[in-house]
Design a protein around this ligand. Structure first.
Ligand code: SAM
Length: 219
């Protein structure tokens, strides 16, 4: 499982580059995106796709190759495979077949956002994407009394709506909105939702967002 950059192509480990250059096959969430990374490091390797909608069907094919002794690197579009990205099925199946899984650590957007947030990092919960419809209100209700720092992934289309909903369920909590981390338009805004919302609403919301929310502090 090879972690890849979350934007800046320099954010990859020496080991990840070596592994990508030495495996028999690369299973990639989006082969076109991974090709950009491979080209940057002058790596040329056979690739197959491994994404949300084909992972169940693809897993047995990859397991068979691993059984035959081939080595496969699994990468996602960005960051660490398995973190809001496909990997679980193949990890589960490989372990069931006693095939070793080796982590090649690297970036993950939520860790980068958390450590610069200024909110407590000693205890936190990573919730990934909130449910879009069913279960969304219930989840927000549960999280409203969560004392640990809460980390969410969000799309540019929903970030304002989500902040508004958090404000109405949690009250005016301190939040950190980390946008386009490691990229040209990286931006990190911190403060109570009441001050963040007008700032973000003043211009179009674009790019990728991590939302870090202060945990519940009983009064
Ligand atoms: N596997 C990835 C990881 O380890 O972070 C996450 C993949 S998930 C499908 C994509 C989401 O991660 C985006 O919608 C955004 O919430 C977050 N994300 C990824 N890259 C980011 C970046 N450079 N800046 C801010 N958020 C990012």
């Amino acid at each position: 499982l090879v972690a890849t950059p979350i934007g800046n192509l320099d954010d990859i480990t020496y080991r990840a580059v070596k592994v990508l250059g030495s495996v028999d096959l690369i299973a990639a969430e989006d082969t076109r995106k991974t090709k950009i990374l491979l080209d940057h490091y002058a790596i040329s390797k056979p690739m197959v796709s491994y994404f949300n909608y084909n992972e169940r069907q693809r897993t047995p094919q990859l397991i068979e190759k691993l059984r035959q002794g081939q080595s496969i690197a699994l990468v996602s579009d960005a960051g660490t495979p398995g973190i809001s990205d496909p990997a679980y099925h193949i990890v589960h199946s490989a372990l069931a077949s006693s095939i070793p899984i080796i982590p090649i650590p690297g970036p993950s957007a939520f860790i980068s956002a958390l450590v610069v947030s200024g909110l407590p990092t000693d205890r936190f919960v990573f919730e990934g994407f909130l449910p879009v419809k069913k279960g969304r209100k219930t989840k927000l209700g549960i999280l409203s009394t969560e004392p640990r720092t809460i980390i969410l992934y969000e799309s540019p289309h929903r970030i304002l709506k989500t902040l508004g909903e958090i404000q109405s369920v949690f009250g005016d909590r301190n939040v950190v909105v980390a946008r386009e981390l490691t990229k040209k338009f990286e931006e990190i805004v911190r403060g109570p939702i009441s001050s963040i919302l007008p700032q973000l609403s003043a211009k179009p919301t674009r790019g990728e967002y991590v939302l870090v929310v202060e945990g519940y502090i009983p009064s």
